[in-house]
Design a protein around this ligand. Structure first.
Ligand SMILES: C[S@@+](CC[C@H](N)C(=O)[O-])C[C@H]1O[C@@H](n2cnc3c(N)ncnc32)[C@H](O)[C@@H]1O
Length: 226
């Protein structure tokens, strides 16, 4: 029996589920044509200018379910691309606000203007349940995340690995106790993540860490400062 989809359990509208299915298919289709060398740090920016590289559906559903479990209402996403994972995050925030009140936000980040523009059209297609929740910060996240963040419940690191630790350092002062940090591909890209993983796993870092057995590894860290 296949795993149930938590979005269906939360009655996410059919047109959004259909859009997600289409976008994931496009992303996986593109990725099938990308060689390992194309992800090299020296060429990744130019090679991935027009590539989704969306978080896989099972990971997106996990992050959705996690965001629901911790009642996340303020989420930062490092690496938005065409906004696929952002849709899941926004839907989770919207569901949390419906369930327990208040307002919420997903802060997305993307430095490719073309991707940002297209992402906005997908969120528009989803409707207000998504587009009203997302604030997209365009440009280099090392600048755009420097100011104006509220208390963060969840940080998704789905970004080129050299950006991961600088992002965490920027966002960490805003993490609430119990906030969750998710980093993608921490087994597959372990070498690139070395600085991040050493930082988070160091004694006294304030994080407890667990590598989840998704494809290429998905690190789940909980901020538990003393
Ligand atoms: C793996 S993709 C994100 C995929 C997205 N989370 C999804 O699931 O649909 C990483 C994105 O980060 C963007 N990026 C890389 N470095 C960046 C930076 N310094 N500031 C903002 N965006 C950046 C890339 O352009 C790319 O689109």
């Amino acid at each position: 029996m296949s795993s149930p989809n938590p979005l269906e359990g939360d009655n996410v509208p059919q047109h959004i589920l259909a859009l997600l299915t289409r976008l994931h298919a496009e992303s996986l289709n593109q990725e099938a044509g990308i060689a390992k060398a194309d992800y090299d740090a020296s060429v990744i920016h130019s090679n991935m200018k027009d590539k989704f590289i969306a978080l896989e559906p099972d990971k997106c559903q996990f992050v959705y379910q996690l965001a629901r479990a911790i009642n996340a209402k303020y989420i930062v996403e490092a690496g938005t691309s065409y906004g696929v994972s952002t849709i899941y995050l926004a839907l989770a925030v919207a569901a949390n606000c419906r369930a327990t009140g208040g307002v919420g936000k997903v802060v997305g980040t993307e430095h490719e203007a073309g991707k940002a523009e297209k992402a906005r059209t997908y969120w528009e297609e989803c409707g207000s349940i998504v587009k009203d929740i997302v604030e997209l910060r365009e440009g280099d996240l090392r600048k755009t995340l420097k100011e104006g963040l509220e208390t963060v419940d969840l940080l998704l690191l789905d970004i080129w690995t050299p950006m991961a630790l600088p992002t965490l350092e920027l966002v960490k002062p805003k993490l609430r106790p119990g906030a969750v940090v998710i980093a993608d591909n921490t087994i597959g890209s372990a070498a690139g993540y070395q600085d991040l993983l050493e930082y988070m796993r160091a004694p006294g870092s304030g994080f407890t860490n667990l590598t989840l057995p998704y494809n290429n590894g998905l690190e789940m860290s909980v901020y538990s400062p003393n």
